[in-house]
Unconditional design. Structure first.
Length: 72
């Protein structure tokens, strides 16, 4: 969790939610939307946004997302 909350519903945000908002909406944003509110604004699903987060973690192509270590 981060110290941030969704600017619409007030839900606490994870680092991934903050990073995805910055990636998709505004890189230097200071307020963010949770996955549910962002999905609504983007006319998509939470599941699709979660898939994008997993993609960015897996590929390491975006510095906003920390590449996860494979499970040993």
């Amino acid at each position: 969790m981060t110290d941030h909350a969704c600017m619409r519903c007030g839900a606490p945000l994870t680092g991934d939610e903050v990073a995805l908002y910055q990636k998709l909406v505004l890189r230097n944003a200071r307020q963010f939307l949770c996955l549910d509110c962002l999905a609504e604004d983007c006319a998509t699903t939470r599941q699709r946004l979660e898939q994008l987060i997993a993609y960015y973690h897996r590929t390491g192509i975006c510095s906003l997302f920390v590449q996860q270590e494979p499970d040993s």
